[in-house]
Design a protein. Structure first.
Ligand code: UGA
Length: 441
């Protein structure tokens, strides 16, 4: 089927390439010429494992093209809206300008029977508003939220754990005939993963939009819950990693997303919980989500606590101290530094007077552009040379496996701060290091 994908960021570029690999004829649209030039040349404009291979494969087969001209969507029957909804500056609300602009630019090109598929994360009520705008063209809107994780985006797109379709319903709550026809077309697009048995939840617009923010809020809450327990462990001498293992054996709780440390960052969880709170306020149900304010505060406090730990091991002052920060990205296997806890801590250490040297396997370029005042090193050895303190901020595999003996001769002071609770304290202590972590004795 010929389909279009509007927005070629972390979500859209992967979606376009993945849909092409399923055999569809895909055109990807973005206003950013640099991004489109890279994609046309078969290069991923950001680091995402598996994406370069998928782009080359799809490009060679001829089923994937890119354009900055929205008119290139002509002939497509299904149009995926994959643009970003960042947090508004100085507010909790989501900035809807990219979603609104994409739909407005798409309108003149829509044909009766076309399907517009909303994948961006939006405040509930957006789908209803966009559906009204689209209705005069004879096209139908489906709300189909995306749950991919950066670093696993290709796998998550090709083998999602579920599909959610929000369909238009009539006053009695029954899916409209246009909705049924649109669903049949989207089923055709997703025929391969559907035939693999991927669960499909068919629902209405509000539920589909809420599913997405509810899922991300739950994940953020789980992380802040364990980080709150880390605060209790710090006050009592307990060990949060053992606590997480122990409660995680209860299948009702589960061990996933119970890793205590510097907390959550990225382009989704932080801004999604804030936008959700803002939307609840507009709907007059802000009380339902006041707990998310606490989730956000706990998350922020972990960063401050890490700076305190660094100050403690530096005997009370960071001024003039050399700190190596391992990791700039918000999580491993990504070059995304949006709201990165590691980089936020690096910034706070810098403001406290430390000389901060940051390294990262993929994120240095983005970090340097966002925080030019910090110092950067291409590798761990250069970053930790003469450091008074080494801080692990992002749990890249190569940092988990660092050899404390190898680093001992290079640093000025053997102090390691494990911001992700991934190092073996006994091993580091045996090599003569002071090991400190969040929520551990
Ligand atoms: C998140 C969701 O997990 C996806 O399902 C969703 O589709 C996506 O947002 C989105 O809305 O687009 P992502 O932002 O890629 O995905 O990152 P996560 O894997 O959720 O990690 C978020 C943050 O939480 C990272 O900074 C990570 O280090 C932190 N984290 C995660 C913890 O601190 N502890 C944990 O146990 C797990």
């Amino acid at each position: 089927m010929r389909i279009s994908v509007i927005g070629c960021g972390y979500l859209g570029a992967v979606h376009a390439a993945a849909m092409a690999s399923l055999g569809h004829e895909v055109v990807g649209i973005d206003v950013d010429e640099r991004k489109i030039d890279a994609l046309r040349a078969g290069r991923a404009p950001f680091f995402e494992p598996g994406l370069p291979e998928l782009l080359l494969e799809a490009g060679d087969a001829g089923g994937l093209t890119f354009s900055t001209d929205i008119a290139a969507v002509a002939g497509a029957r299904v149009h995926f809206v994959c643009v970003g909804t960042p947090q508004m500056k100085g507010e909790f609300r989501a900035d809807m300008r990219y979603v609104d602009a994409s739909v407005t630019s798409l309108l003149p090109h829509l044909q009766p029977g076309d399907v517009v598929v909303g994948k961006s994360t939006v405040p509930v009520g957006t789908a209803e508003r966009l559906a009204e705008q689209i209705a005069p063209t004879g096209a139908t809107l489906i709300w189909n939220p995306e749950f991919l994780r950066e670093g696993f985006a290709v796998e998550d797109t090709l083998h999602p754990d579920r599909f959610v379709y929000g369909l238009p319903t009539d006053e009695a709550g029954v899916v409209t005939a246009a909705g049924e026809a649109a669903k049949a077309l989207l089923d055709e697009v997703y025929a391969t993963p559907l035939s693999d048995g991927t669960p499909l939840v068919v629902t209405d617009y509000p539920t589909a939009q809420l599913v997405k923010v509810a899922a991300n809020s739950f994940l953020a809450t789980k992380i802040s819950f364990i980080n709150a327990m880390a605060e209790l462990c710090e006050a009592t001498g307990g060990d949060v990693t053992q606590l997480a293992d122990a409660i995680g054996y209860d299948v009702r709780i589960g061990r996933k997303f119970l890793n205590a440390g510097l907390g959550f960052g990225g382009g989704c969880l932080p801004k999604d919980i804030r936008a959700f709170m803002a939307r609840a306020g507009e709907l007059g149900v802000d009380q339902a989500l006041t707990f998310l304010r606490e989730v956000d505060s706990i998350n922020g406090r972990r960063r401050e606590r890490m700076v305190e730990l660094a100050r403690e091991v530096c005997e009370g002052t960071l001024v003039g101290k050399r700190v190596a920060v391992l990791g700039a990205t918000f999580k491993p296997n990504s070059d995304d530094i949006r709201d990165s806890p590691a980089l936020a801590v690096a910034d706070m250490l810098d403001k406290a007077g430390a000389h901060v040297v940051v390294t990262d396997p993929q994120g240095i370029e983005n970090a340097r552009a966002a925080r030019p005042e910090l110092h950067y090193a291409e590798n761990v050895l250069d970053a930790v040379r003469d450091a008074d303190v080494v801080l692990l901020g992002t749990e890249w595999a190569q940092y988990r496996e660092l050899d404390p003996d190898a680093l001992a001769g290079v640093v000025a002071g053997r102090h390691i701060l494990d911001g992700r609770n991934v190092l073996d304290p006994a091993r580091w202590r045996a090599a003569g290091w002071t090991y400190r972590a969040l929520g551990r004795p």
